[in-house]
Design a protein around this ligand. Structure first.
Ligand SMILES: CC1=C(CCC(=O)O)c2cc3nc(cc4[nH]c(cc5[nH]c(cc1n2)c(C)c5CCC(=O)O)c(CCC(=O)O)c4C)C(CCC(=O)O)=C3C
Ligand SMILES: [Fe+2]
Length: 379
């Protein structure tokens, strides 16, 4: 076993997230940051801006990341792990490049990165790796030392992620009226992405038919449904569905959408649905608008009872899982053999994204993978 407090060779952990607006004046510039060069129709942007304005122009995501940071720091301290934890975002302050500059200036040279997305996909993995490469290039231009960055493996099947989601699903089931509870179906939801992007998610050997993105979500959904059956003694039929689609209508994205699914379920006589947003790690805007507002309104219109499971957020078990993943990776970087904890059928994910993992539409340099331009030593 690895030393419980040895995170060497790493000297810092970086929480890397999406970012969100913190007031009405932030909404438009935030959306411009998100959609720069991504060809999202103008009407969709105006509509999404309204989602934020409905909540006073504030996304809950930044506060949720502050809570996660606090939980991770608390967990590290309680376990004698002396590793500073920083936070940077792709689309809003604190911006990744500012945080990395601060880290490099503070003397950090080996940085481990945790992204707030548990799965393989361009948006949830490679795009963050591109953001890291861009920020490192900026440091280089500024004449600052360029730290080496590594990214933690995908944690979708780590108990620190799965166990809180099981409990959240049980709690959401318990919220349903008793007379419809036993017949409830589970709708596991995640962000829709273009099918072309899903099909090329994960390492090249896993491309095709939804790629790693869909396979990994199905693995989590199956585990949660199975754990719920073991606990309640009731088998709840389940399906993986999608939400938050944003592309132009002629481009195929993963389907069915949660709202269409609710309508179909109601039409088929399903008495209630529990929505389980396994695709997200906190109850941010995609959850509180797309599920709690839009899908809930659809369900109310249909007269279909629904409830929604919470995401892991700052659950102490998630923080503990992050510590375990940090210690695991540190030990492996030191050349030590360690247990690599993973539930479900897929096994622990790769440490280093191989060449061709989750490609974008236009090739860009990406850090923290086999094709990292800043990786001097062959690994
Ligand atoms: C896979 C995935 C995740 C999960 C993994 C992860 O967490 O990273 C995710 C998370 C999030 N997405 C978020 C917000 C947005 N995503 C957008 C647009 C898009 N997302 C995409 C994918 C994903 N997105 C894609 C393929 C697009 C199309 C444009 C493009 O190809 O890039 C847009 C533009 C407007 C629109 O919705 O069309 C917004 C505002 C927020 C913040 C919420 C908050 O503020 O609380 C979060 C956490
Ligand atoms: Fe998104």
């Amino acid at each position: 076993m690895s030393d419980q407090s040895d995170s060497a060779p790493y000297d810092a952990l970086l929480l890397l997230s999406f970012g969100g607006p913190e007031g009405p004046d932030d909404v438009v510039p935030f959306l411009e940051n998100v959609t720069r060069g991504r060809g999202i129709p103008r009407e969709r942007l105006e509509e999404v801006g309204q989602h934020y304005f409905l909540f006073g122009g504030v996304s809950p995501i930044n506060d949720q990341n502050r809570e996660l940071l606090a939980a991770v720091r608390e967990d590290f301290a309680a376990h004698g792990l002396d590793l500073p934890v920083y936070w940077g975002n792709r689309n809003w302050a604190p911006y990744l490049s500012d945080t990395l500059r601060e880290m490099a200036t503070a003397g950090h040279r080996r940085i481990l990165v945790l992204v707030t997305s548990a799965y393989a996909s361009y948006s949830g993995c490679r795009q963050y790796r591109e953001n890291l490469a861009e920020s490192l290039a900026l440091l280089e231009d500024e004449g600052l030392p360029v730290p080496r960055v590594d990214k933690l493996r995908h944690y979708f099947n780590h108990p620190g992620f799965v166990r809180p989601m099981v409990d959240a699903t049980l709690a959401a089931l318990a919220e349903l009226p008793q007379d419809v509870r036993a017949g409830a179906h589970l709708a596991f939801t995640t962000h829709s992405v273009p099918t072309a992007s899903a099909d090329t998610s994960g390492p090249p050997g896993q491309h095709g038919d939804g790629g790693s993105y869909v396979t990994q979500h199905l693995d989590v959904a199956r585990q949660i449904a199975e754990a719920v059956r073991e606990t309640t003694g009731t088998e709840h039929p389940w399906q993986l569905v999608y939400q938050s689609r944003s592309g132009a209508p002629h481009i195929p994205w993963l389907e069915p959408d949660i709202c269409d699914h609710l309508e179909a379920a109601h039409g088929a006589g399903v008495p209630a649905v529990v929505m389980v947003p396994i695709g997200f790690v906190s109850d941010h805007m995609e959850v509180i608008y797309d599920l709690d507002t839009e899908a809930a309104a659809k369900a109310a219109e249909l007269g279909l009872p629904v409830s929604r499971a919470s995401t892991v957020g700052a659950d102490p078990r998630f923080a503990a899982g992050i510590r375990e993943l940090v210690l695991e990776r540190a030990a492996r970087e030191r050349g030590q053999a360690v247990d690599r904890c993973a539930l479900g059928a897929l096994g622990p994910s790769h440490d280093l994204c191989p060449v061709g993992c989750c490609p974008g539409r236009t090739p860009k340099p990406a850090a923290a993978g086999a094709d990292d331009p800043y990786l001097e030593d062959a690994r």
